[in-house]
Every structure is written in C-alpha cells, then in structure tokens.
Design a protein around this ligand. Structure first.
Ligand SMILES: [Zn+2]
Length: 220
C-alpha cells in the first residue's frame, strides 16, 4: 500500500528533467541532489499545484513539485525548496512516518481486540447492557470508537512530530547555505501573508509550523 503511490506518481506525472525549460536550473538541481546520492530523474512535476513534497522511502522515493512553483519561484528559491525536500529524504522522515502510523494502527487493533466485549460501548450503540451478538458487529462498534479516541489523543503528538520534521528539513537546507533563499521561497509561497495561528488550533489542524516560526528558526 505504501509503495503504490510512488508507482502511480511515476506513471501519472512527467519527470522534471523533461519539463523544466531552464537547463541551468536543472543542472544545479542535479548537482545538489547528486551530492547526497539522490537521483534527480526521480523528481516529478504535478500540474496545477503550488506545493512540493517527498514520497516513498528508502530506495523507492520520489520528489514532486507543482508546476506553479517552477514558474513562480526564482532559481535560488527553487533550489532551496529542493534542499528542504532533500532534507526530508536525508533524515528518512517518510520511513519514520510509516513506522509511527503502523504503530498507531497496531495500537488500535490491539485495543479493539481487548475491548471487543466491553459492555458500555455496546450499550451506547443500542445493545442494551450486553455486547452485540455478531462478532463482526462487535469489532466494528469497538474499532470505530477506539479509532476516534486514538485520533483525538494522538493527533497533537503526530502534529508535533511532523512539525519537528519540517524544522529538521529547514535546518538541512540552511546547513547547505539556502536559509535566505528558503525564507524567500516560503514567503513567496504564502503570498506574503505572515499570520499567527492559535497554538492549540495548530496542534489539531496544522500540518507545518507557522511561517513566522520557520523564518525565525532559520534566522532570516
Ligand atoms: Zn517539508
């Protein structure tokens, strides 16, 4: 299941080296990625997107970039963006995310099994004070409840974990001398809006650290 998206990306999107008009920028991207052993032909262009990302893991990873960014960002900002994505790959963030999600799924399955006959849960779903007579129904009732509870409890931790990855990828790009260019790229991608998000809201609904925090962390 985790391998499927990378195959889909390869079949669906065009390689950046076949799309990018500016051969100088492509050569610079190649130089940057090859230092760390990343194959620049594994960078794909997503049509109609203003985002960039990294998928897959270990020896089967791809980077994607929206065609909007290719035309919107300057060459140095583009390189800084790739340096950030390279940071995700270098630190094996995809593998870490995969292991975390598998651990969460295992926790949900084990808890579901342990609570399969927990009467108050079944009573809440209309089975008076006894478990549902069908095993599938018993597991469905408990699995649904346990999944929701796990989601509420773990979402803030996963958000913090994900934000840590973003700071690490930013620091990786900064260590290569791209801090200023990455700050500019982030500001450009946000359209210049440096807004402050409530920290509690960000814990449940955020995906990245705030632009302000990222800029300050890189010392721009
Ligand atoms: Zn990132």
């Amino acid at each position: 299941m985790e391998i499927y998206p990378t195959r889909k990306i390869r079949r669906t999107y065009s390689r950046m080296e076949d799309t990018l008009q500016d051969s100088h920028v492509m050569a610079a991207v190649h130089d940057l990625t090859s230092i760390f052993g990343y194959n620049s032909s594994e960078i794909y262009v997503v049509q109609g997107s203003m985002n960039a990302g990294t998928g897959g893991m270990l020896f089967d990873s791809v980077m994607v970039i929206g065609d909007g960014l290719l035309s919107w960002l300057s060459p140095s900002e583009l390189l800084a963006t790739f340096a950030h994505e390279l940071g995700h790959w270098w630190h094996s963030h995809m593998l870490q995310n995969y292991l975390i999600w598998e651990a969460v799924l295992l926790g949900v399955v084990v808890t579901t099994y342990l609570l399969r006959d927990y009467r108050p849960l079944h009573a809440a779903f209309g089975y008076a004070d006894r478990p549902s007579p069908w095993l599938v129904m018993r597991l469905a009732i408990v699995y649904t409840s346990v999944s929701i509870a796990f989601g509420e409890l773990i979402t803030p931790l996963l958000t913090l974990f994900h934000m840590r990855h973003e700071y690490q990828a930013d620091a990786f790009a900064a260590s290569l001398g791209y801090s200023k260019a990455l700050c500019n790229a982030l500001v450009n991608m946000s359209g210049g809006d440096v807004f402050v998000v409530d920290p509690l809201f960000a814990l449940y609904y955020g995906t990245h650290p705030s632009l302000l925090n990222r800029i300050m962390a890189m010392g721009c």
